[in-house]
Design a protein around this ligand. Structure first.
Ligand SMILES: [Zn+2]
Length: 267
């Protein structure tokens, strides 16, 4: 896809995009066609006017396609969306597969966030950041220390029966996902011991531990309150993902807004 080398091109293009949070849809604010896809008209500055499909430009400005034949696929199914995190290059076959696998969409977004580095907030390993407090409303919950070695989370709070499928996932609210939660399942660590901590995991994230047998599914929910090279602290266990999310976000908000004491007032 050939974009004009004019330095004004990208600025003008993005001025028509309602850029919000990296995770939300970014609507196109200029012309759209009947299907809802945006069209960007480049005046050409003395050359021929040129019309582009807006979402293709949005992605091409971030990632050059390997071939002009590739389609620009939406992970969010919002035709006017120009958030590159919701877009990727793919074939017609990929397009069909995407339609059939809605659960894939959240993962796609997370993978792209990892690749482009947009708002990438990896665990503050040895960053010296203070650990998050537990919000007073939920202060009765315990902090559990999980051991970490070489990026692998070694401990799992679920005492699973032999033969059950045990897994760990980072989860987040996402109305487009089945059950209202997006889910990124961590890989087993290549060493064979534990689970590889996903590079996008960060403080305040809800972590779901699961063990599935043929009879009863077992779950353990907690959110990350602290981390360093050798351990991750999780506050939990909560009964539901929603409770975990609520407490985690309240604690995170409180942690990001320093208390008066933190400004050096007398204690
Ligand atoms: Zn979108």
């Amino acid at each position: 896809m050939n974009l004009p080398p004019d330095p004004c091109f990208s600025g003008r293009f993005w001025s028509y995009v309602d850029q919000g949070d990296p995770a939300t849809c970014w609507p196109w604010r200029a012309a759209v066609d009947r299907q809802g896809y945006g069209w960007f008209t480049w005046p050409g500055h003395g050359h021929r006017r040129q019309k582009y499909r807006a979402h293709r430009v949005a992605l091409a400005l971030v990632e050059t396609p390997d071939s002009d034949e590739l389609l620009c696929l939406h992970a969010c199914d919002v035709p006017g969306c120009c958030n590159p995190n919701h877009l990727r290059w793919g074939t017609a076959a990929d397009n069909v597969r995407d339609r059939d696998r809605p659960a894939r969409r959240g993962l796609l977004r997370i993978e792209r966030l990892a690749r482009t580095g947009l708002q990438q907030l990896p665990l503050g390993l040895s960053s010296g950041e203070p650990s998050m407090p537990t919000h007073p409303d939920f202060a009765t919950l315990d902090r559990h220390i999980f051991r970490v070695a070489h990026g692998s989370l070694l401990d799992n709070p679920i005492d699973a029966d032999p033969g059950s499928n045990v897994w760990i996932a980072t989860i987040w609210p996402d109305r487009q996902q089945p059950g209202g939660w997006g889910r990124l399942i961590w890989d087993r660590h290549p060493s064979g011991r534990g689970w590889t901590i996903h590079p996008l995991t960060h403080l305040g994230d809800v972590i779901e531990f699961g063990a599935d047998t043929s009879t009863t599914p077992d779950r353990w929910y907690g959110y990350i309150a602290d981390a360093d090279e050798t351990s991750i602290d999780l506050v939990g266990p909560f009964t539901t993902a929603a409770e975990t999310q609520t407490d985690g976000s309240m604690s995170l908000a409180r942690w990001r807004t320093p208390s008066p004491q933190a400004h050096g007032l007398a204690l």
